[in-house]
Design a binder for this molecule. Sequence first.
Ligand SMILES: *[C@@H]1O[C@H](CO)[C@@H](O)[C@H](O)[C@H]1NC(C)=O
Ligand SMILES: *[C@@H]1O[C@H](CO)[C@@H](O)[C@H](O)[C@H]1NC(C)=O
Ligand SMILES: *[C@@H]1O[C@H](CO)[C@@H](O)[C@H](O)[C@H]1NC(C)=O
Ligand SMILES: *[C@@H]1O[C@H](CO)[C@@H](O)[C@H](O)[C@H]1NC(C)=O
Ligand SMILES: *[C@@H]1O[C@H](CO)[C@@H](O)[C@H](O)[C@H]1NC(C)=O
Ligand SMILES: *[C@@H]1O[C@H](CO)[C@@H](O)[C@H](O)[C@H]1NC(C)=O
Length: 531
Amino acid sequence: MRGLIATTALLAGVQAAIDPIVIKGSKFFYKTNGTQFFMKGVAYQQEVNSNTTASDADSLQITDPLADSKSCTRDIEYMKKLNTNTIRVYAIDPTKDHKACMNALADAGIYVVADLSEPGNSINRDNAEWTTTLYSRYTSVIDELMKYDNTLGFFAGNEVSNQPNNTMASAFVKAAVRDSKAYIKSKNYRPVGVGYATNDDADIRENLANFFDCGDSDSAIDFWGYNIYSWCGDSSFEKSGFDVRTKEFEKYNVPVFFAEYGCNTPRPRQFTEVGTLYGKQMTGVWSGGIVYMYFEEANEYGLATVKDGKVTTNKDFDNLSKQIAKATPSGVKMADYNPTNTAAAACPKVTSGKWEAVSDPLPPVANAELCSCMMETLSCTVSDKATEDDFGDIFGYICGLKDGQYCAGINRNVTSGTGTYGAYGMCSAKEQLSFALNTYAKAVPNGCGFKGKASTKSANASPSGCSNLLKEAGAAGTGSVTSSPKASGSSGSGNSSDSSAATGLVVPGMGMGMGMYIFGAVASGMAMVLL
Ligand SMILES: *[C@@H]1O[C@H](CO)[C@@H](O)[C@H](O)[C@H]1NC(C)=O
Ligand SMILES: *[C@@H]1O[C@H](CO)[C@@H](O)[C@H](O)[C@H]1NC(C)=O
Ligand SMILES: *[C@@H]1O[C@H](CO)[C@@H](O)[C@H](O)[C@H]1NC(C)=O
Ligand SMILES: *[C@@H]1O[C@H](CO)[C@@H](O)[C@H](O)[C@H]1NC(C)=O
Ligand SMILES: *[C@@H]1O[C@H](CO)[C@@H](O)[C@H](O)[C@H]1NC(C)=O
Ligand SMILES: *[C@@H]1O[C@H](CO)[C@@H](O)[C@H](O)[C@H]1NC(C)=O
């Protein structure tokens, strides 16, 4: 009977019934019957070109794991043998149709937790930004996956800060958490959580967990994913450090789970940690975990090898299936559970060389409408003749003058210890450069030149529907804009499509590596070439 209903639902193009997962306190529950939900997860994302290295992320080719119903229905049969109830996907293509896979997953009782970024369109730990281009990627993934009841949550970032010298990047990730949460609310979607997947770096892990959990709850994570590989071979609760990690999260007020686990030295993996993860020592604190990963690739973490469309399971698969079959975590009932944990009492203090992300203010809301409004007011903008190199040169020149005063409106001085952000620092590269050019040209006679790379246009001092936003930003762009972007689909003029931003052009951050390099180059005569 159940099968019949499911088939009818599929034929009608409606999603098979699956009970959404909800969050209460630091635990997940099935919404309807209130049974606690423990993730038995598998990471599910194939890289076409497993040759590429992280520094090559722009050219990393990924395959949308939820767009091809043939491969996903094929793999679901194997996931079932691992009692899988959750998969983690790292990069879907929101323009594709995911109905068949999402329905087949729902039919198998499998939920999806999805990263919102994609390679080449994510927050860069060495030159972090949170921009309208990223916002548009994030919100399009949210829109696509919110069609399905088995969407469990989203990650606003994965292992972005991974050592003390790039902790400032976390401020931009937290801005992404804030804006993604606000977007879900503004669209009246069901309350699906937005979290972060952290790496396990001893120097920063405690500050990271506190940073994302502290302060205004509208900006704080809804769950915390831990990528952890410290249980290797014949290890134990104590030897792996799982005991200390568990203690650390005892008082955490949102769900925590392993967003990736499964150390692969030695191979085949024994997965003896499974018994502990789903046993009494950990289930009071952790909501299970996600094994990294389904596909065997160059990094040798695969549970299965897929070749010419055929699946062969690996020894790791057999070991995991034996271990997971024995895992019977027992939890609490939602109605009997009264959460008492509270959010991190204090945000981490900014200490040079230790923790450098300012908690308040966070980088500005990525608001494409504000950027379009600003563009209308300009009388000097970057011309279509400017190349990527020109962008770098002109930014470097203008922002290097007068202590960066022409660039205050696009500033993101993350090293200041106070969080100094211009209102337009979240706009596309072209918009940011145009703002800086315009500011410069107003101050310097014949400033709108740069050998034809800048051009004049007619300005509209008060474009319609913009007065509030522009007032908040202020003439110099140093104000703080508190208005939220209009949700897509509403009448907003927001248009963040911009070829230079879409190709991944990096805007030099003031006070960071690349910006400094450009400032240095100015001294060696680059300005002469441009002026
Ligand atoms: C609650 O619902 C889930 C999924 O619908 C099911 O797997 C679980 O067994 C149910 N719990 C109880 C106690 O019936
Ligand atoms: C991987 O790199 C090698 C050496 O650069 C190259 O010959 C090979 O074609 C690459 N494989 C893929 C799948 O791109
Ligand atoms: C942090 O240090 C590494 C070297 O350990 C360097 O490659 C990287 O660029 C630095 N990042 C920042 C943001 O300074
Ligand atoms: C894992 O697999 C290997 C090879 O198949 C086997 O020798 C070993 O006993 C398995 N370990 C567990 C814990 O199942
Ligand atoms: C957005 O802007 C781009 C480039 O300026 C333009 O080509 C495109 O048509 C615009 N899209 C919308 C929906 O206005
Ligand atoms: C960043 O801010 C600090 C403190 O306000 C200041 O000393 C420093 O010069 C600024 N750096 C840049 C590149 O603007």
